[in-house]
Design a binder for this molecule. Structure first.
Ligand SMILES: *[C@@H]1O[C@H](CO)[C@@H](O)[C@H](O)[C@H]1NC(C)=O
Length: 432
């Protein structure tokens, strides 16, 4: 008996030995297929990235609000014969045999009747329906597993500065006290059960992986029971970005994804704090992957904005949509870099944005242009190749399991900025 125990212990220890190759997880947002012009990304545009990626995560599948089955969010693109994009993407494995292709569900792409994400967790029957359909969907289209990017309730946005100008000082008792989700503990338990059940179903199939993505502004300490779930998953990806954006904080702009806490800010809203929660709960470091966002966050500056441009800064809602991606408050990396380049001095052209780098390498880069007669003011928090490299360097120095790029379509996949395709991805890979 003692020998058996010893053997089991040795086997367990052997399995726990960290692998040295860090993960490089590449998210593919299939909505990019339907964008226009320069922003339209077709499967072949992925190729220059794929030799760098250990995982390619297809975003996103959703949940059917009546049956709770996992379903393609865009049947016409994803599975119908004409496009069959699921198949096209998983077929890349024949050219890149080490690539694992996962199907991700949720990811903030599934916006119809969002309450279903809570209801599903409350019902064992709904979970079974979700798990069985999900395993089948992934298997039938040649995926190597599933990534669960669950759409939990979000942390309530808070002001950085109160109206009388003082900065954040600890927890402000006066607001943010009403819980967004009244059944937090039920959803936490339901999610743990869901992960367990998913793992069980996947383990009946050969070589199927399971990963979790913690979406921006989901409070992991509420919903993720680390000791109960960490051994069931291959890795967890922390999308520790978008702490501030114009949707959540229309009147105030700040660094969207700092590695460490800038002065006088909530100490929980940064990459290092997100990692700490998993560390403190004894997640093996080599399972923790940190997300790098290629999506710049923009705000509009007005006449009340502080002219120094230093965050936190007063703003007036989301910045103007990009010419190609066409989403308010968001620009792709190539759309940002086009604004940094001195425009030819033509009549009516706005001056370029002033880029402000961060010598401390802790908070990130921003760029801005003050309004001229009330027009054209913008403040942008974004990741470039320098800051992406620093995040990868952070992951490496902390012995984490790797980094992820969210997502490929917002990086400069055409090489419009400097002639090199995927500059953010390359810089991160180089430093990992
Ligand atoms: C997350 O929840 C914990 C309680 O579980 C709380 O202490 C913490 O302040 C929350 N984090 C944020 C950023 O609101």
């Amino acid at each position: 008996m003692k020998i058996l125990v010893a053997v089991v212990a040795i086997l367990a220890a052997a399995r726990a030995v960290p692998t040295n190759t860090p993960r490089f997880v590449c998210y593919y947002d299939s909505n990019s297929y339907t964008r226009e012009s320069q922003a339209r990304m077709l499967p072949n545009d992925l190729e220059p990235a794929l030799s760098f990626c250990t995982h390619l995560v297809y975003g996103y599948a959703g949940v059917h609000p009546d049956t709770y089955k996992m379903v393609p969010l865009n049947e016409n693109l994803d599975v119908d014969r004409s496009h069959a994009n699921y198949r096209t993407i998983t077929n890349f494995k024949s050219k890149y045999p080490n690539l694992k292709v996962l199907l991700s569900v949720g990811g903030d792409a599934d916006n119809e009747e969002i309450q279903k994400y809570n209801l599903l967790l409350e019902s064992a029957q709904a979970r079974t329906s979700f798990v069985n359909s999900g395993v089948l969907l992934a298997e039938q289209h040649g995926f190597d597993g599933v990534d669960i990017a669950w759409q939990f309730a979000r942390i309530k946005p808070k002001k950085i500065r109160s109206s009388w100008g003082s900065f954040w000082h600890g927890v402000k008792k006066t607001f943010g006290t009403t819980p967004v989700d009244e059944k937090e503990s039920e959803h936490r338990e339901g999610f743990t059960a869901l992960v367990r059940e998913f793992k069980q179903a996947l383990s009946l199939k050969p070589n199927m992986q399971l990963s979790l993505t913690v979406l921006p502004n989901v409070n992991a300490s509420i919903y993720y029971d680390v000791p109960s779930i960490i051994n069931l998953v291959d890795f967890i990806n922390l999308n520790a970005f978008d702490f501030y954006n114009a949707e959540r904080n229309p009147k105030e702009a700040d660094y969207a994804a700092p590695i460490y806490t800038p002065q006088n800010r909530n100490p929980l809203l940064n990459v290092d704090a997100a990692v700490s929660y998993w560390k403190q709960n004894h997640a093996p470091l080599n399972k923790i992957v940190i997300g790098i966002s290629t999506k710049a966050r923009t705000w509009k500056l007005d006449e009340d904005s502080e002219i120094a441009g230093v965050p936190p800064i007063h703003t007036d809602g989301p910045g103007e949509a990009g010419p190609y991606t066409k989403m308010d408050g968001i620009l792709s990396y190539p759309e940002v870099c086009a604004k940094l380049i001195e425009p030819k001095h033509q009549k009516g052209m706005r001056p370029n944005l002033r880029k402000v780098t961060d010598p401390s390498k802790r908070f990130g880069t921003y760029a801005f242009r003050l309004p001229d007669n009330g027009e054209g003011g913008i403040w942008v928090s974004y990741e470039d190749s320098d800051t992406a490299g620093e995040k990868a360097g952070y992951a490496k120095s902390k012995n984490l399991g790797g980094v992820s790029i969210s997502d490929l379509s917002m990086d400069d996949f055409r090489g419009l900025c400097s002639g090199e395709k995927y500059p953010i991805l390359r810089a991160a890979k180089y430093r990992l």
